[in-house]
Design a protein around this ligand. Structure first.
Ligand code: CU
Length: 302
């Protein structure tokens, strides 16, 4: 239908459905239009009312506004990216992680449900490794550190040995290799998660099988096996080198720390997370701290 040089198709609302004039006279036209729309949806193409160029304009407009907002606030755009720089006068943070409460938690026993002939009827869960009130397998790290030494270039290995992950808890560094290995004559299917979302899902069908991935991001990786539901491990990945794992005596050391005042965080798979603020590091000196999961206020529990 045209008026002068402008043409349009009249639209009529009937029974809560939009139909144009041609469709009113021939309903099959509407069916065809609906089919076309459905196909567009499946292919991911854009319906006529929305053009890709219009969408791009919106994206560009938002990007410009976002950049302007940061400039106005005086914040650098890369303020959250870790910067590598020389640390000629670094200090050290060392300490112990303890549990002085009572009773000391006992490590739960696992009862495997498959491959019992090989795995055995019971296995330790390795959740609580506490000796003389000192807690092993606690990840201790400097929170939100912005700059310092580069990460060590060492691969992280997750071995499947005797129906358990070895190590049970580890630390890794962004950009390094992550190697999954099968040392059992069993099929293991490694399924890893970050924040409850699948990260890597890898099948290891036989003894000696090995798959290498890359630690593409920082974060806490939960490691499970789809073939053996009781298997569980953890790999805490950092974009900086300022993280350590407590040994059997609950001890840790973090070296080459740029002088300054920091918050130190400790994470344990069952006790959860605690923060220790105002940890001061001075050039060439060692700052000693003590973390007690009884006294410390836990931020979260798992
Ligand atoms: Cu398994």
């Amino acid at each position: 239908m045209c008026f002068g040089h402008r043409c349009f198709t009249p639209v009529i609302r009937r029974n809560d459905k939009i139909m144009n004039f041609a469709e009113m006279t021939n309903p099959r036209r509407k069916d065809k239009r609906m089919e076309r729309k459905a196909r567009q949806k499946v292919r991911g193409t854009f319906p006529r009312q929305f053009s890709p160029s219009q969408g791009m304009c919106d994206v560009v407009r938002k990007a410009v506004l976002f950049t302007a907002l940061f400039l106005v606030l005086g914040l650098p755009l890369d303020s959250y990216a870790y910067q590598v720089r020389a640390v000629p006068n670094g200090g050290t943070i060392s300490g112990t992680v303890m549990f002085t409460g009572s009773p000391v938690p006992r490590d739960p026993i696992i009862h495997p449900t498959t491959n019992i002939n090989y795995c055995g009827k019971t296995l330790p869960s390795l959740k609580y490794l506490i000796k003389n009130r000192r807690v092993q397998n606690v990840v201790v790290f400097i929170k939100n550190i912005q700059a310092g030494a580069p990460v060590p270039r060492v691969a992280s290995l997750v071995d499947n040995l005797k129906c358990a992950f070895v190590p049970h808890v580890g630390i890794g560094f962004q950009g390094n290799q992550l190697i999954f290995k099968d040392s059992d004559p069993l099929f293991h299917n490694i399924h890893t998660y970050i924040e409850n979302r699948t990260y890597y899902n890898v099948g290891l069908p036989f003894k000696g099988a090995q798959v290498t991935k890359i630690l593409t991001r920082a974060g806490l990786i939960e490691i499970t096996c789809d073939a053996h539901p009781w298997m569980r491990g953890w790999l805490y990945v950092f974009d900086n080198p300022y993280a350590a794992l407590t040994n059997a005596n609950g001890e840790f050391v973090i070296r080459d720390v740029p002088p300054g005042t920091y918050t130190v965080e400790a994470w344990h798979e069952e006790f959860g997370t605690v923060d220790l603020g105002n940890v001061r590091v001075t050039p060439g000196k060692t700052t000693t701290i003590k973390i007690d999961y009884k006294k410390a206020k836990r931020k979260s529990e798992f």
